[in-house]
Design a protein around this ligand. Sequence first.
Ligand SMILES: NC(=O)C1=CN([C@@H]2O[C@H](COP(=O)(O)OP(=O)(O)OC[C@H]3O[C@@H](n4cnc5c(N)ncnc54)[C@H](O)[C@@H]3O)[C@@H](O)[C@H]2O)C=CC1
Ligand SMILES: O=C(O)C1=N[C@H](C(=O)O)C[C@H](O)C1
Length: 236
Amino acid sequence: MIMKICIVGANGRMGQAIIQIAQMQNIIIHSAVIRENTQYHGVALTQNNTKISNHIEKGADVILDFSNHQSTLNNIKSAVQYNIPILIGTTGSHTASDYKAYQNIIPILWAPNTSISWSIIQSSIEKINKIRNLAVSIGEVHHKNKADNPSGTTKQLHDKIQADQIWSLRAGDNMSMHQFLGLNNQEMIRFEHQVFNRKIYANDALKVCEWLVNQNPGLFTMQAFINNLSEITSLN
Ligand SMILES: NC(=O)C1=CN([C@@H]2O[C@H](COP(=O)(O)OP(=O)(O)OC[C@H]3O[C@@H](n4cnc5c(N)ncnc54)[C@H](O)[C@@H]3O)[C@@H](O)[C@H]2O)C=CC1
Ligand SMILES: O=C(O)C1=N[C@H](C(=O)O)C[C@H](O)C1
């Protein structure tokens, strides 16, 4: 089945990366949702039937939300109204538990970091942190236009492992890095994930959507996806 996607935040950096990747793959961009009172100003949409809209419309197989955390609840309500699975990539002052009320109706994926590599790293960090008594620092570096601080990834990891220290730095146009440091008398454990191009988040988000559209209703994280990785043959 060819997947039909709806992108919320289509004018943004991530929205644009998703559109570019989707147009190179066998994916239909059903709709590109932009903020009210704005025009679409991104790369050319090469599929004639893509709807440019200020709100989510019915007909997509999956919604990818990379917009603003203040619009996420409305996006989920629209997803529920049209019975469409939704991936929440948007970060900010919201958490997965805010959306529990909808978990029995549609598949919702809470994914502050859609990188599959990072998700595997995070899983390892959580396992190590469980068996070792570590002093922990989580650090992140992002581009200067990032709206939230600390990053959504950092908040999600901190919720899981309660770091002793969190640091954030903002500079440049494309930077994205997360770092974990764990220390005790015998070991120092360091994981670092640098992303050179946000297309990796876009590409992996689309891969995860292929999985999400086949799930029963529930509130998922990337952990649920990577638990199924053995069934997936290629992730390039
Ligand atoms: N989950 C992940 O792996 C990643 C998540 N993000 C997150 O995704 C979000 C977007 O990031 P960027 O694209 O860098 O930001 P951006 O600021 O470039 O794009 C956001 C876009 O959403 C639009 N927007 C805001 N409210 C809207 C609404 N109600 N309806 C439609 N469009 C709306 C804005 O006009 C803007 O064009 C941020 O929260 C960021 O932290 C970013 C990169 C990766
Ligand atoms: O805004 C970004 O760029 C990113 N946001 C996500 C986050 O807040 O964790 C994921 C990644 O760090 C890129």
